[in-house]
Design a protein around this ligand. Structure first.
Ligand code: ATP
Ligand code: MG
Length: 196
């Protein structure tokens, strides 16, 4: 099976993530997309949002999509989440699958700086999607990366988790920036300062 991995901090997961995953799925015939929150060291979690909550929010976000799932491998492992470690583990667990890692344009630009990127590039393909703020430029990548980065079109969504956290903390509305079930989870849990 061709499996897409949608990795991120998902603090919180928002519609930009959902559309990126859906665009990649359709463009490359991915059988499933697995949403995988990365672990954040405890000192970064002073917003009151734990790894478990980020995982639960992604579970709410994917509920109802027949081929979206969540993956708790990085949250469970803890520590700093290096994609290369994770993908190695996934390939051992699922030798029958081909993995494609879905990333926004800002991450595509940053790829050369990823930990052990040459090793990682030998293990999977990347699917890059456009995102406001960074031009999606595969041409400027080194050869070994250009060979493994594909592009999927998606509507430009000028939303980030940072912007959502700021807007919520300032008393603004974040309704419809996150899937409805995620919004309900946020209100129910009293996180990000969102008032019901
Ligand atoms: P933060 O502001 O906290 O960095 P974020 O919105 O960038 O949050 P991440 O969890 O960092 O979200 O992103 C996970 C992945 O989703 C990354 O590959 C990122 O490029 C991509 N992504 C996030 N938002 C969008 C968007 N609006 N359009 C396209 N891709 C996106
Ligand atoms: Mg980000």
């Amino acid at each position: 099976m061709k499996i897409g991995i949608m990795g991120g901090t998902f603090d919180p997961v928002h519609i930009g993530h959902m559309l990126a995953a859906e665009a990649a799925r359709v463009a490359y015939g991915l059988e499933e997309v697995w949403f995988m929150p990365s672990h954040i060291p405890p000192h970064k979690e002073d917003a009151g949002v734990t790894g478990m909550m980020r995982l639960e929010m992604t579970a709410e976000a994917v509920a109802g999509h027949p081929s979206f799932r969540t993956l708790d491998i990085e949250i469970k492992r803890g520590g700093i989440s290096y994609t290369v470690d994770t993908v190695k583990e996934l390939r051992e667990m699922y030798p029958e699958h081909d993995f494609a890692f879905i990333i926004g344009a800002d991450m595509v630009e940053y790829l050369p700086k990823w930990n052990r990127i040459e090793e990682l590039a030998g293990m999977l393909t990347f699917i890059g999607v456009n995102r406001p703020g960074t031009k999606l430029n595969v041409e400027s990548l080194p050869d070994f990366l250009r060979r493994v980065v594909r592009i999927a079109d998606m509507p430009l969504i000028d939303i980030s988790s940072t912007m959502i956290r700021q807007q919520a903390a300032a008393g603004g509305s974040i309704r419809y920036m996150v899937p409805d079930r995620v919004y309900d989870y946020i209100v129910r849990s009293g996180i990000y300062g969102v008032q019901p």
